[in-house]
Design a binder for this molecule. Structure first.
Ligand code: S3P
Length: 175
């Protein structure tokens, strides 16, 4: 398929624990492309961790920084782009993804079940939305977001029981 130029070769969306970062790295290795992650971009702009932005500035502020980071990356990143799990919650971010898709871009929803996501997210305190009761919180997030991930994505790939390299092959097959 045509890829917007300049612009990401593909964008990965999905919940925490889907393996977005590791799969992005595996795809970037396969295709010899650069990888970019909007959580890291937000941390650079904010000068602090995602968790600290949530606590000190609140989630709406984080989502706005994230929207700006996604817009910048969609405009200038020529490689693989992983979005934070909740980026699709912001209407402005969804609109930017729709434009990217309309220009021929691929948005991959990395799907995962609780059983496979849980060991990855675990009790990781760096994920501010999952503090307290991570398993129940994760499932609630996923139930609420699944329709949104499905709406923004051009393809869905399950990561359950697959290594990042295997998911990378499945993504390539799905495109
Ligand atoms: C979030 C996911 C995190 C990070 C922030 C919020 C979410 O990214 O952006 O903690 O709302 O799902 P990962 O999906 O990379 O963990």
């Amino acid at each position: 398929p045509a890829t917007p130029t300049p612009g990401p070769r593909l964008v990965l969306v999905g919940p925490p624990g889907a393996g977005k970062s590791t799969v992005a790295a595996a795809l970037a290795r396969r295709w010899r492309l650069a990888v970019r992650d909007t959580d890291t971009d937000v941390e650079k702009v904010a000068g602090k961790s995602v968790a600290d932005v949530f606590v000190e500035d609140g989630e709406p502020h984080f989502r706005e920084l994230e929207r700006a980071a996604v817009a910048t990356a969609l405009a200038e990143h020529d490689g693989v782009l992983a979005l934070g799990g909740g980026a699709v919650l912001h209407e402005g971010t969804r609109a930017a993804l729709r434009d990217y898709r309309d220009a021929g871009g691929a948005v991959v929803f990395l799907d995962v079940s609780l059983a496979h996501a849980a060991p990855r997210v675990g009790l990781n305190q760096s994920r501010p939305l999952l503090v307290g009761s991570p398993r129940a919180q994760w499932q609630a997030l996923m139930d609420a977001r699944r329709p949104v991930y499905e709406e923004v994505a051009t393809v869905r790939v399950s990561t359950d029981g697959r290594t990042p390299a295997e998911v990378a092959v499945a993504v390539e097959d799905a495109l």
